[in-house]
Design a protein around this ligand. Structure first.
Ligand SMILES: Nc1ncnc2c1ncn2[C@@H]1O[C@H](COP(=O)(O)OP(=O)(O)OP(=O)(O)O)[C@@H](O)[C@H]1O
Length: 261
């Protein structure tokens, strides 16, 4: 599947603001991510990129003093209200963090664990799901003979690909990636970038990156966050090549050409 911009977006952020202890961090952010699209969220440090990701999967709910307003919809249904099941939301929205963070369990159990947590109790049902996820991230050939070994014995790039496998084993509708390569060396970065390219079209992804060249290499679309009046905002979003070659906003022009930020 190629990303389909004619269909209604899978992920919508509609006038989203996030504050901590009453202090605004990001205000009035609106974004649409189409089915199968990879959108890169770029911008200087502190302009609220991670806060927006935390609003989508409601990790923000766990941060004392953090308040999110506006609406976030997945497949047209709001995920911001009181009645939303957070376990179900976490199943629908996978997340990969900057630092590879496999559980201190075996390679296989890193994937069995979330499946068990979400009620898939029978090992014989889980096993093919685990294998499929490991194949999807290109790890199966590397780990098939050592599934019982600790995940911590894997290299950094393998650990991050395992974390992607853990995020997709539950077949989420949306995948959030928070600087997924920034803690990796160039070789591991290349392997994770190849994986992200491979997942494009199959998952709807929102990825924070500081690496503009990476955003240009990987993303279908780019949203630029910026600080205005001491608070983060999204100044412009659009298709990647347009954002790098003919952006509409002077901030985008300066940032994407490396003149600011
Ligand atoms: N748990 C928190 N408590 C208080 N303030 C926070 C918290 N998390 C983030 N902030 C503040 O919110 C603002 C936005 O931070 P956020 O981490 O979302 O920005 P970012 O663009 O992702 O930055 P970076 O690129 O450095 O990761 C910053 O001023 C930050 O200090």
């Amino acid at each position: 599947m190629i990303c389909d911009r004619t269909a209604p977006p899978v992920l919508e952020l509609d006038d989203v603001s996030v504050s901590y202890g009453g202090r605004p961090a990001v205000q009035h952010a609106s974004l649409d991510v189409a089915a199968g699209e990879l959108m890169a969220l770029v911008g200087p440090s502190g302009c609220g990129k991670s806060s927006l990701l935390a609003a989508v999967n409601r990790m923000a709910d766990m941060i004392p003093g953090c308040r999110v307003s506006g609406d976030i919809r997945i497949d047209g249904v709001s995920v911001t209200g009181q009645g939303v099941s957070l376990p179900l939301l976490r199943r629908r929205v996978g997340m990969v963090f900057q630092q590879p963070n496999p559980f201190p369990l075996s390679i296989a159990d890193n994937l069995h664990f979330p499946l068990r947590e979400h009620g898939i109790g029978q090992r014989e049902v889980r096993e093919p799901m685990v294998e499929r996820a490991l194949r999807d991230v290109g790890l199966w050939g590397e780990v098939a003979g050592r599934l019982d070994q600790s995940a911590l014995t894997l290299s950094g790039g393998q650990q991050q690909r395992l974390c992607v496998a853990r995020a997709i084993v539950l077949a989420p509708e949306v995948l959030l990636l928070d600087e997924p390569c920034s803690a990796l060396d160039p070789i591991a970065t290349a392997s994770v970038e190849r994986l992200i390219l491979d997942l494009k079209g199959r998952y709807t992804m929102l990825m924070v990156t500081h690496n503009l060249a990476q955003a240009r290499r990987l993303a279908d679309s780019v949203a630029v966050c910026w600080m205005e009046n001491g608070c983060g905002c999204v100044v412009e979003s659009g298709q990647t090549e347009h954002m790098f070659t003919t952006p509409g906003h002077p901030v985008t022009r300066a940032y994407c050409q490396g003149l600011a930020g």
